[in-house]
Design a protein around this ligand. Structure first.
Ligand SMILES: Nc1nc2c(ncn2[C@@H]2O[C@H](COP(=O)(O)OP(=O)(O)OP(=O)(O)O)[C@@H](O)[C@H]2O)c(=O)[nH]1
Ligand SMILES: [Mg+2]
Length: 296
């Protein structure tokens, strides 16, 4: 473990100046995560490993581990989430309609889901190494009213969407649907589902909408810190059934996340840099050749 930490320190170049760490959460960096006891580290980096032991032997686990990059890959990905003069990360603009959305060249990923599911919190956690980027979160559902565009240098753009369901903006459908169908540079949609309550009726409608767009999308299971293992497993297995039987464009692996405890944040950063073509995985034998949407 010590050797791994030292190698990671060497790879990531000069350590950040102390002032640069001000306001940065203690678990924001994967380098901190690898200094924790092995079991804790494993759950933070590969959250499925934390629940795996509770699954019956007959349950097929492969789909939960399709994207399984190395720690080195996560370190490489993490660098793109650190702002620098030559790689600026910033909030760019908000748009209420697709025709107000900026025309941007870099590949784009967006986050959709029910209001209050944790979209903005997740983006805030992804950007936690650049705390000056303000991502607004709230306990009150329906907080995000517009599509918010965040630029990550020239590498990619992340879009925070308003939520559907309770207190959704009135023009939600007019805003989000045309974006999902026609946005040219959209490479991945992340559909967030609350792990403590599982798939709801509104999520099924969103899932159908994603299927109709025929564009690749990925399920992210949020707030896994909030639910007991039993509830999480039940919801996960139900989700797996739905993915298997009712989807063709969804990536079969759901990503498990806690934006407050940082479980799965490093893995998701790595997936985003991978699908936007910003980084290459070192050991591709760990992942399927196609981490895109369609199941082969
Ligand atoms: N326990 C726990 N709470 C979370 C997590 N992620 C978000 N929350 C809480 O959920 C609430 C809603 O979070 P937001 O990120 O604003 O949710 P949103 O999906 O952006 O909501 P809208 O903008 O209203 O659509 C806040 O009180 C967050 O602190 C998580 O991983 N764990
Ligand atoms: Mg929000």
């Amino acid at each position: 473990m010590f050797r791994l930490q030292r190698r990671l320190r060497l790879q990531s170049g000069a350590p950040l100046h102390a002032a640069a760490w001000l306001g940065v959460h203690k678990l924001a960096s994967v380098q901190k995560a690898v200094s924790l006891p092995p079991k804790q580290m494993q759950s933070l980096l590969y959250p499925f490993s934390g629940v795996e032991a509770y699954l019956h032997r007959s349950v097929d686990r492969t789909q939960f581990k399709l994207f399984h990059p190395s720690v080195e890959d996560m370190v490489t990905a993490e660098k793109l989430f650190c702002s620098s003069p030559s790689h600026r990360i910033d909030y760019y603009v908000s748009a209420e309609r697709l025709d107000h959305a900026p025309v941007l060249k870099p590949p784009e990923v967006c986050f959709i889901g029910r209001s209050n599911v944790g979209k903005s919190s997740l983006i805030k956690a992804l950007f936690s190494l650049t705390p000056e980027v303000e991502v607004r979160v709230s306990k009150t559902p329906g907080h995000t009213k517009k599509m918010n565009f965040f630029r990550v240098g020239k590498a990619f753009t992340i879009v925070d969407m308003p939520g559907y369901g309770h207190r959704a903006p009135r023009d939600f459908v007019d805003m989000v649907e045309p974006y999902l169908y026609t946005r040219k540079n959209l490479v991945r949609t992340f559909l967030l589902v609350d792990g403590s309550v599982g798939l709801q009726h509104a999520d099924m409608i969103a899932l159908e909408m994603c299927e109709e767009t025929r564009r690749p999308y990925v399920i992210v299971v949020t707030k896994i810190d909030k639910c007991g293992t039993g509830v999480l497993l039940t919801n996960l297995l139900n989700l797996q059934d739905v993915l298997k039987s009712q989807t063709t464009s969804c990536f079969p692996q759901p990503f498990l996340i806690s934006s407050l405890s940082y479980w799965g944040i490093y893995l998701l950063r790595c997936f985003i840099t991978h699908v936007t073509g910003s980084t290459r995985l070192k050991d591709t034998s760990l992942s399927p050749p196609e981490t895109g949407g369609s199941r082969s």
